[in-house]
Design a binder for this molecule. Structure first.
Ligand SMILES: Cc1cc2nc3c(=O)[nH]c(=O)nc-3n(C[C@H](O)[C@H](O)[C@H](O)COP(=O)(O)OP(=O)(O)OC[C@H]3O[C@@H](n4cnc5c(N)ncnc54)[C@H](O)[C@@H]3O)c2cc1C
Length: 431
């Protein structure tokens, strides 16, 4: 079968990788000069298979005022003249209930654990894939007792769901956190405890994506990458996608996979497919390590500040911030300064501040935090979109499941909770 994948981020490329492995002829289309140059470029590098709790949870309600008013809070809302933004925000608030949050966690854990299994298989199958993968383990630290108590309840909930010890998580007090991560010493008076998950990994998402793309090209000369090619829209005839209109002309195939990150909603809208995806703009800093003893060995997440720290290939990567305010990827110096100040306070002296590379990217987020996977309501169009803060983590399971569906097989992991509700579309008919 000929399949066109729309978007060469980590999600599109992992899907294309599994499609190529299944023997399909794959064409990947992207407006950039190469793969993974948007949200998948310098993200936090966390393969966070077991720590999947969504942003939308009841803990959001008391934080709403600071999000609206403070210029340094980790999440900021800036209203736009865009009904899509307001609708997304209302849907986000509706998802901030303990029932919805628990339901999302349950579904995401299933996908996260499936991704972990696939990642470990892939490491065996593609030993030359070099993307700074490490089984770093993850320590999430908390700065107040109420958050730590909620984290303890979350760990107990997840243990009941997972029902095995493979992905065990341990709740630690502050002293135990510092014992396993001595570089946290400067936060000794700030943190009250943490959750340690030894089975979590970290890696470089950009190198992972580019490496997989090389495998796709090597698999068959028929597999193609069309870079510097803008997708203008999808051509539809009688509820069936029949082509992609691009700056390189009309491209035709037997099936089409939408994996265009934040632009997916705009591309799907003319087809009557309403995708609730809005950008959550985040930032990262990458810098050489100035003092190895001051840098973390584990992946560390500062829960209150919503910042993640990981050492990737000898450099410290610091990532965080979620600004709800449009589609611009401009780097705002004040937001970089917030991240630098937090990193300097958490791990003083760890990074070489003269050589910091700042980056901003747009997380393609759904209100609930669940990606949208599987059939669309137009025949031949498949969806792999809306991975929000977990796109690197979930890309393998999403990509494999999409390839299974395109091969007309049951997906290897249940997509219950991820498929598009029929009510979001005006059109009927399925692939
Ligand atoms: C600061 C930050 C930190 C993060 N940390 C982590 C983390 O630690 N772990 C984790 O799992 N996830 C993390 N994420 C989330 C993760 O990076 C994203 O979920 C993931 O990269 C989304 O991948 P994607 O392929 O869907 O989108 P993208 O990588 O944005 O890819 C979409 C592609 O589609 C192309 N495209 C779109 N529209 C068009 C068009 N009209 N024509 C042609 N091409 C088009 C774009 O050029 C782009 O290449 C983080 C994100 C950010 C911003």
């Amino acid at each position: 079968m000929k399949v066109i994948v729309l978007g060469a981020g980590v999600v599109g490329v992992t899907t294309a990788y599994y499609l190529a492995r299944d023997g399909h002829q794959v064409t990947i289309v992207d407006r950039n000069q190469g793969a993974a140059l948007e949200a998948s470029y310098a993200n936090g590098g966390q393969l966070s298979y077991s720590y999947v709790a969504p942003l939308a949870d009841p803990g959001v309600w008391p934080k709403l005022v600071p999000w609206l008013l403070s210029s340094t809070s980790p999440v900021r809302y800036r209203p736009q003249l865009d009904p899509h933004q307001w609708r997304w925000c209302l849907q986000f608030l509706a998802a901030c209930s303990s029932v919805r949050s628990a339901e999302t966690t349950r579904h995401l854990l299933r996908l996260g654990h499936a991704s972990r299994r696939l990642m470990h298989e892939l490491l065996g199958e593609e030993p030359e894939l070099d993307f700074a993968w490490a089984n770093s383990g993850k320590l999430v630290v908390y700065r107040d007792a109420a958050s730590l108590a909620a984290a303890r309840r979350q760990v107990e909930f997840q243990q009941r769901l997972a029902g095995d010890s493979e992905h065990s998580q341990e709740v630690l007090d502050a002293a135990a956190c510092i014992a396993i991560e001595p570089a946290l010493d400067s936060l000794r008076r700030e943190i009250v405890g943490g959750v340690h998950t030894p089975s979590e990994d970290s890696a470089d998402c950009y190198r992972f994506t580019v490496g997989l793309l090389d495998r796709i090209r090597a698999a068959s000369p028929d597999n193609r990458c069309l870079f510097d090619t803008v997708i203008h829209g999808l051509r539809v005839s009688q509820d069936e996608v029949v082509g992609v209109e691009t700056s390189a002309g009309l491209l035709e195939a037997d099936a089409y996979v939408l994996a265009s990150g934040c632009d997916s909603a705009r591309l799907a809208r003319p087809l009557g497919v309403a995708l609730p995806i809005y950008p959550l703009k985040g930032y990262s800093l990458t810098a050489p390590i100035a003092d190895p003893d001051a840098a973390p060995r584990l992946s560390v997440t500062d829960f209150q500040r919503k910042i993640v720290y990981a050492v990737i290939d000898g450099k410290l990567r610091v990532a965080g911030i979620a600004d709800i305010g449009g589609y611009h990827r401009t780097i705002v110096p004040a937001r970089v300064a917030t991240l630098l100040a937090e990193a300097g306070a958490a791990f003083p002296g760890a990074m070489d501040e003269q050589q910091v590379e700042a980056w901003a990217g747009l997380r393609p987020a759904t209100p609930s935090g669940r990606p949208i996977l599987g059939h669309s309501t137009c025949r031949r169009l498949w969806l792999n979109v809306g991975h929000g803060a977990l796109g690197f983590t979930l890309s393998l399971a999403s990509g494999r499941a999409l390839a299974d569906l395109i091969a007309e097989q049951a997906p290897f992991v249940s997509l219950d909770g991820f498929t598009l509700p029929r009510a979001t579309s005006r059109k009927a008919g399925h692939p």
